[in-house]
Ligand binder design. Sequence first.
Ligand SMILES: Nc1ncnc2c1ncn2[C@@H]1O[C@H](COP(=O)(O)OP(=O)(O)OP(=O)(O)O)[C@@H](O)[C@H]1O
Ligand SMILES: [Mg+2]
Length: 325
Amino acid sequence: MIEFIDVHKIYKQSDQKVVALDGVSLRVKAGEIFGVLGPSGAGKSTLIRCVNQLEKPTSGSVWVNGQEMTALSGAALRQARQGIGMIFQHFNLLSSRTVAQNIAFPLEVIGYSKLKRKAKVEELLALVGLEGKANAYPAQLSGGQKQRVGIARSLAGEPNVLLSDEATSALDPQTTRSILELLHDLNKRMGLTILLITHEMGVVKHICDSVAILHAGKVVEQGRVSDLAAQPDSLLAQEFFPRRNGYIPPPGAVLATLAFAGEAASQPIFATLARRFDVDIHILNGSVETVGNQRVGQFQVELEGANVKQALEYLHKTKVEVEVH
Ligand SMILES: Nc1ncnc2c1ncn2[C@@H]1O[C@H](COP(=O)(O)OP(=O)(O)OP(=O)(O)O)[C@@H](O)[C@H]1O
Ligand SMILES: [Mg+2]
């Protein structure tokens, strides 16, 4: 649904150059929720704004739904943008317009009749759970309600892609959850493809199908969340399962990370190691998390005993990923 091919974006400010995107290639499949992660200044907002060409890449191409966005301008670009909704951290609502008028705004631009606008606005208000708020002004709404208006407005043009630049970072945890549930629900019910930027690992765990991690304008990791979470050495797993760093095991002990997903997560791994191989296991850190619909676990352990080597070989044969440190 969305593809970036070797995209570079360089901002020029007087005589300074900032490389915001440095050869980004990525693919977002139709109907998935795709998370973009990375530290401040990594280029996340720039990336998302290149999708609908609010920023023009310096080089490379961006495709949405089979259309090369980077080749479009004028009326053709405006038309293509209709298929791409966008929501923002600070909602960007017009304060002098009511909720209904805010949602109707893009419909006025497309040239819907007054009657058609009214029907569509009612449908959108129901979709985001804001029946009864049509005549309220943004100042009379909570943050979560404002974002619901933002979402309704973004869906007015019946897009198949929704872009979200930290849409929940101004909201409290409970409101964040309700907005994420709404996005998840829209994704499932309407098959809406969602590209979202977030700093919250909980968002990634609970609603993202895939992620890309950006560092200094480059994609340093990309893949399905459940696959990356099950790899002991992925950057995403290190975010999900923080490790105890700098720990030195006693002589003779082996320090390892065990990672497992799906079926392997329900096997009695530790009991088997202890019983079959007479290995002592000290758990240093770890947890089992539900990622998407699958259970994924990682444990940092110290193994001791005469048969540690055999125990590790056994783990290799099962679906447990092992990284010995
Ligand atoms: N309009 C602009 N003009 C010049 N430089 C810019 C512009 N927009 C962004 N940059 C620079 O490009 C780099 C990437 O910025 P971007 O806003 O994409 O980062 P980000 O990952 O979204 O960060 P944050 O998490 O803080 O929102 C930064 O160094 C930033 O200063
Ligand atoms: Mg940003």
